[in-house]
Write a protein that binds this ligand. Structure first.
Ligand SMILES: [Zn+2]
Length: 246
């Protein structure tokens, strides 16, 4: 007899999210086995997480297994390369991991009003214009990032001298001499993803390199590091400001 697992709504949501990270392949194996696999599509190299499952196992059993092993999946997907799943319609704005509608409100000039509940950004300038959009992202990053850094640093009792933002091609953040630099592009990602980068940089104050010890320290100060970081792997648009679709 096989156990039938019944999942709560929250668990179902987690399972659907995990299925975006792990591809399930049924085969002649006797037991579950995770693997990272490389493949090429249109000259681009990707590396994603695969779960090999025995042919005889039903979907319910496989789902229960991925749910139970979610932390392993998040960790395996770290440093993988996924085809990006974000599609931004031409009339929407990606901001803090969500798609917002835009409404022009000339009377507010160079300021913005953000209605988080109804997902509307009001601005005095047309944000569907590339230059105005970059200005918006820049302004939001320069006030959100320092606030987030002090909050995170305070939690783990570390001191930071300054926070700088910029658009960097090769890194999300850096840390040296008490100064944390954060990539402005992170303003596209959810707050917990921004936090994962901040904690990564804060952990460098304790361990400067990327040794095993570093990741042990990082997981200790921020246990959901891999889970929160994964948004960048799955969804961060390749271009900045992001390209939209018709
Ligand atoms: Zn690092």
């Amino acid at each position: 007899m096989t156990d039938i697992y019944s999942f709560t709504e929250e668990e179902k949501e987690t399972i659907n999210y995990l299925k975006q990270i792990v591809t399930i392949k049924y085969g002649s194996c006797k037991n579950f086995k995770f693997k990272k696999e490389k493949y090429i599509i249109q000259k681009k190299i990707y590396k994603t997480v695969i779960l090999y499952a025995p042919q005889s196992f039903n979907e319910n059993t496989v789902e229960a297994y991925i749910l139970k092993n979610k932390d392993i999946i998040y960790k395996l997907a770290y440093h993988c390369f996924y085809p990006k799943k974000t599609k931004i319609p031409h009339d929407k704005i990606l901001y803090l991991g969500r798609l917002y509608n835009f409404k022009l409100k000339p009377e507010i000039h160079n300021t913005y009003n953000i209605d988080e509940e109804n997902l509307i950004i009001y601005a005095g300038k047309n944000l569907l214009n590339r230059e105005n959009l970059i200005k918006f992202y820049h302004k939001q990053a320069s006030y959100i990032f320092p606030a987030r850094v002090s909050m995170c640093a305070e939690k783990i009792k570390l001191n930071i001298k300054a926070v700088k933002t910029g658009v960097f091609k090769t890194y999300w953040g850096s840390c040296g001499a008490g100064i944390i630099k954060l990539n402005e592009r992170l303003v596209l990602s959810p707050l917990n993803t921004i936090d994962s980068i901040i904690y990564h940089e804060l952990a460098h104050i304790l361990v400067p390199n990327h040794s095993k010890e570093f990741y042990t320290v990082l997981e200790k100060i921020y246990p959901s590091y891999y889970k929160d970081h994964i948004w960048l792997t799955l969804f961060m648009p390749a271009e900045y400001p992001p390209k939209t679709v018709e």
